[in-house]
Write a protein that binds this ligand. Structure first.
Ligand SMILES: [Zn+2]
Ligand SMILES: [Zn+2]
Length: 415
């Protein structure tokens, strides 16, 4: 990448680290990112950008380039987790039971500094960059932003985001076309039997043994009904029922997740959720019990657009070199899928793992921390990807619609 731009980013490392540590010390849970959002707004305003609020604590600002062109959305997430921090650092969480244990503190700092660098290059941008600071990534805040119109005004043509990743070494970037993170459905189910005495179970209908059989038998869905090349998991996180050792309870409640690392398509008999429901229902019938289900589609699978991935990979290669480029997938979920299912997007992972600094601990762990040397790398990846996107779009020739829209009537339709 342009050594001058790289130099400018490197010179901002102190600011990057200070921003990240400030967010880290003051974590806020999803949709409660009040302090974080106001710092983000203030920072963007100082860059000369007008900000709007979307989805409560979400902040959006659009940087118009010197020439018309497409609109590229860049996204960072703002929220922390309900975890008590175990790190003893001087920027440790000051909020009991709340911690930035996923790296969203870093994402916010990275995108702010990327906005500063891009604002300084405004004249050479052929299009617009829409900065999206999103609340509540951990519980699909993206969908709320989409419903509140984040993809409109101006209308977004493509999107890009990244996650700091402790399971990749610092200096390594993963760019992968196709599915990179899993879809997830959460289920709650209640198995109804008929209570009774454990001394004469023949007079009862036992939901406990039915629950045990559901846990076991539902595992045929990922292993016997769906190809092993289409990774699927059915996990039970909670099982609850009964009051005493010698009483057969009336009901047992189970909760869990169904994850899948492929585009499972619309609801239908082949979707893992319907398969699970069919198997669990028939198991309960076998045990003379009935069952109610409640499903919540929490995340769609995150599927990277091939063209967007190719260009982001080219950009990342210029940042870290080909030898530090890799691919990766994880069945964990990410709500950036709400954007990627609507406009062409790509989502990269930027390594922050460094055993010497104990930053190779998994995300969502109370000891999670970040190798801050990864921060400028991530800014460089953002900036270079933006430049590469506009370069490629310009090379593709004039567009039917360009931002800012020169036709006021067409612009009015978009509002
Ligand atoms: Zn997370
Ligand atoms: Zn995260």
């Amino acid at each position: 990448m342009d050594p001058e731009v790289k130099e400018r980013i490197r010179a901002l490392k102190g600011e990057l680290v200070a921003l990240r540590r400030d967010f880290h010390a003051h974590p806020e849970l999803g949709f409660e990112e009040f302090r974080t959002a106001s710092i983000v707004e203030e920072y963007l305003r100082q860059l000369g950008l007008a900000t709007t609020r979307v989805a409560g604590t979400g902040v959006v600002a659009t940087l118009e380039g010197g020439r018309p062109g497409p609109v590229l959305l860049l996204r960072a997430d703002l929220d922390a987790l309900p975890i008590q921090e175990a790190n003893e650092v001087d920027y440790a969480s000051t909020v009991d039971g709340v911690m930035h244990a996923c790296g969203h503190d870093a994402h916010t700092a990275i995108l702010l500094v990327a906005a500063k660098v891009l604002a300084g290059m405004r004249e050479q941008l052929e299009g617009a960059v829409k900065f999206v600071f999103q609340p509540n990534e951990e519980i699909n805040g993206a969908l709320v932003m989409v419903r509140d119109g984040v993809l409109e005004n101006p209308s977004v043509d493509a999107g890009f985001a990244l996650h700091i990743w402790s399971q990749l070494p610092t200096g390594v970037v993963a760019a992968t076309a196709g599915p990179v993170m899993g879809g997830m459905d959460v289920f709650h189910m209640t198995i109804h039997g008929q209570g009774g005495h454990t001394g004469f179970p023949e007079e009862a209908r036992d939901p406990v043994i039915a629950a045990a059989a559901v846990v076991q038998t539902s595992q045929v869905v990922p292993t016997r009904e769906i190809s092993n090349l289409a990774p699927t998991t059915i996990m039970f996180g909670k099982i609850e029922g009964g009051t005493k050792s010698n009483i057969i309870p009336e009901e047992v409640r189970l909760e869990g997740t169904i994850r899948y690392l492929y585009d499972a398509g619309p609801e239908g008999p082949d979707h893992p959720v319907q398969r699970f429901q069919r198997v669990a229902t028939s198991v309960c019938e076998t045990y003379r019990c009935t069952v109610d289900f409640h499903f919540v589609r929490e995340n769609l699978p995150l599927v990277n657009n091939p063209r967007m991935t190719k260009l982001a990979r080219r950009a990342a290669e210029r940042v870290v070199g080909e030898e530090h480029l890799t691919t990766m997938q994880t069945i964990a979920s990410e709500d950036f899928s709400e954007f990627s299912s609507r406009v062409p997007c790509t989502y990269l992972f930027v390594g922050s793992g460094n055993a010497a600094k104990a930053t190779d601990i998994p995300h969502h762990n109370p000891h999670f921390n970040i190798d801050e040397d990864a921060l400028p790398v991530a800014v460089e990846v953002f900036v270079e990807t933006v430049l590469e996107y506009f370069r490629e779009e310009a090379a593709r020739g004039p567009r039917a619609s360009a931002y800012p829209n020169s036709n006021p009537e067409a612009a009015a339709v978009g509002t």
